[in-house]
Design a protein around this ligand. Structure first.
Ligand SMILES: [Zn+2]
Length: 242
């Protein structure tokens, strides 16, 4: 990084470094995911005005550092989400989402659409009446895999290219990223016609509303059972955040 850059960000992770410092991983709006040295963040909480906590939209300035890491030169809270911090389930699902984003994003690849989705997601978890924290996280993950380019193809068999009817249940092959019809051998993850319609809604602009409206248990299970192997195949490791 040549000169200082000011951008909005969410904290993804913070690790103590030495007596006084922390290395923080941020998801920034304009630079993407970046790890920076926060000098003095460990010895004095006031150094960055309490901004280095998860679930706050923060305004940061990142400057070239002396070593390999850039350094955090300033941080302040732009928008706190205090209601969320009083809800254990919401904090857990929010934490899973931040963990997933940290795992999925490569360093320094700006993803403004995902950044906006994350602001909306945290805002929804913080809303006065939020009854669907897990669905919201699943919705954000559907958005994330679409942004990262491995959304599954659910509209036609990846082998024979035949399209199922809207009502028809399909079988998803997570490693191949497409559905396989029964005559082509089938696959192991079942998605009903309704779940496919829901999934399609979660990939659209209206995903937040789709994720805020309660789903039947079967659909929660089907979306989750499809997302987990899709993420695991792509990250090449097991995940616990789905
Ligand atoms: Zn087929």
């Amino acid at each position: 990084m040549g000169s200082a850059e000011r951008t909005r960000a969410f904290l993804l992770r913070s690790v103590d470094f030495g007596e006084a410092d922390r290395i923080v991983t941020l998801f920034t709006e304009t630079v993407g995911k970046v790890s920076v040295m926060a000098r003095g963040a460990r010895s004095s909480r006031r150094r960055f005005g309490g901004a280095l906590e998860p679930f706050s939209l923060i305004d940061v300035e990142v400057a070239p550092g002396r070593g390999q890491l850039d350094r955090l030169s300033a941080a302040r809270i732009e928008r706190p989400f205090v209601r969320l911090l009083g809800r254990l389930t919401h904090m857990r699902e929010g934490g899973y989402a931040l963990e997933a984003i940290r795992a999925l994003l490569p360093e320094r690849q700006p993803e403004p659409r995902l950044f906006t989705a994350l602001i909306d997601f945290i805002g929804a978890l913080d809303a006065p009446e939020c009854a669907t924290p897990r669905q919201l996280k699943l919705g954000l993950l559907v958005q994330a895999i679409a942004v990262m380019g491995f959304a599954p193809q659910l509209d036609r068999c990846g082998v024979c290219k035949r399209a199922p009817t809207h009502e028809q249940a399909v079988q998803l092959h997570p490693a191949r990223g497409y559905i396989v019809c029964r005559s082509c051998g089938g696959a192991r993850v079942l998605l009903s016609g309704r779940t496919r319609a829901l999934w399609s809604g979660l990939t659209s602009e209206g995903w937040l509303l789709a994720a805020s409206t309660p789903w039947p248990d079967q659909q929660v299970a089907q979306v989750s059972d499809a997302l987990k192997p899709l993420l695991e195949c792509n990250l090449e490791r097991s995940v616990s955040f789905v």
